[in-house]
Write a protein of this length. Structure first.
Length: 404
């Protein structure tokens, strides 16, 4: 039997829960379908020690605080998932878990979703499946003696075979995993590509506060294809600036971007120093803008000149390894912290760009009644964050309400 709803939300993570909350406020009948549990990827697609990258006062919905967590602390991943489950339960949001949508197509003036529990027809559909869909592994390493896994499958140092570990990718995930491994006594190699490297705190305020004051959360994507920016930031160990010099001091060997692997030898680009120096420029630019803002607005914040003191580049940067023999280095595990790609192959509609991203304007597609939410840069830089999804959901729910 076909079920009929006014609006169907596909996905029960932060974006889907936010969409449901705002649809409920407008009195719009709707249903949220989630193939696993609410916010499941916070539980099973993250390593054991992961915490949110922003403090608890910031990484939340405006209408609900975390329970039992200091506002300046960084919520553990299980607490984040519990937060969304509690939010949905407290508001009696119509979230149905354990139901997977396998196809979405047009049906008359509306849509028909094929699901594991039977077909659902809806006048409107909000796709809230998020950006973390298919793990990307860019380089083939054929050695069967080396364990390879994506960062979404990494759990903790003890779960890996003995031996050195190569982490490819130095955004938030790769940098944090590399630090956890070296703190656990592992020999660690870290491949560092281009990245932004903001300060964790500056002049007494977290960097997320500064990005808000500087208007950076509201920035639009500069040009198509530039939506993804690798950011090295961490809330681990109480939160600290992710300085690759410090990681090298802990024993991590820094490498340039990973290339082809032939006969067990991984080729590395001669770009490590350039990537480090570009990250430093980004870091210092945030300090410059923060100082200018504080002066212009007369903010009584303590000056922090020591934040500008960058140590010398470590030897592994000035004398980089350009070819790494994995066996000779004792590497038993490669962790690919190389991000994800979108997979909307289950949507049978001609609304996608060649790179697989949907064509839309701030989440509203050219197909009447079809919306996307939770994607990076959906309407601005903040769209993929918890509070950003909330803001986008508010706007999309109002659009649906006006549509009738």
């Amino acid at each position: 039997m076909t079920e009929t709803v006014h609006t169907l939300v596909i996905g029960g993570g932060q974006a889907g829960v936010a969409a449901s909350a705002h649809l409920q406020k407008h009195g719009i009948p709707h249903l949220v379908l989630e193939r696993d549990r609410i916010a499941e990827r916070w539980r099973s697609w993250r390593w054991d020690s992961l915490v949110a990258n922003g403090p608890a006062w910031h990484d939340r919905f405006p209408e609900a605080e975390f329970e039992g967590i200091d506002p300046e602390a960084f919520a553990p991943k299980e607490a984040v998932a519990d937060y969304f489950e509690r939010f949905a339960r407290d508001r009696a949001l119509p979230v149905r878990t354990g139901v997977e949508v396998t196809r979405l197509e047009r049906s008359g003036d509306g849509f028909r979703a094929t699901t594991s529990a039977g077909p659902v027809e809806a006048r409107n559909v909000i796709v809230a499946t998020g950006p973390f869909q298919v793990p990307v592994i860019p380089t083939a390493i054929s050695d069967p003696g080396i364990t390879q896994l994506h960062s979404n499958s990494y759990r903790n140092p003890g779960a890996l075979p003995e031996g050195a570990v190569l982490v490819v990718g130095a955004g938030s995930s790769g940098a944090q995993i590399a630090e956890e491994l070296v703190r656990a006594g592992r020999r660690v190699y870290l491949s560092v590509g281009p990245h932004d490297r903001p300060p964790r705190r500056y002049r007494g305020q977290d960097f997320v506060w500064w990005l808000g004051k500087l208007g950076k959360w509201d920035m639009k994507a500069p040009t198509p294809g530039t939506e993804h920016i690798t950011i090295a930031v961490s809330g681990a160990y109480g939160g600290h600036t992710m300085d690759f010099r410090r990681l090298a001091g802990l024993g991590v060997t820094l490498l340039g971007r990973a290339g082809a692997c032939t006969d067990g030898v991984l080729q590395l680009a001669d770009d490590l120093q350039a990537n480090m120096e570009a990250g430093d420029r980004n870091y210092l630019s945030v300090l410059d803008e923060a100082d200018a803002y504080a002066a212009a607005h007369g903010l009584d914040l303590p000056e922090e000149p020591q934040a500008r003191q960058l140590g010398p580049l470590p030897d592994c940067v000035t004398n980089p390894i350009l070819a790494l023999d994995l066996k000779s280095a004792g590497i038993s595990t490669v962790i690919w912290a190389t991000g994800f790609r979108l997979d909307f192959g289950w949507i049978d509609l001609d609304i996608f760009r060649p790179d697989g991203r949907p064509r839309h304007q701030d989440g509203v597609t050219e197909v009447p009644g079809l919306y996307f939410i939770g994607l990076p840069w959906l309407s601005c830089r903040g769209s993929a964050f918890i509070w950003g999804a909330w803001t986008d959901a508010e706007r999309l729910a109002a659009h649906i309400a006006a549509r009738g």
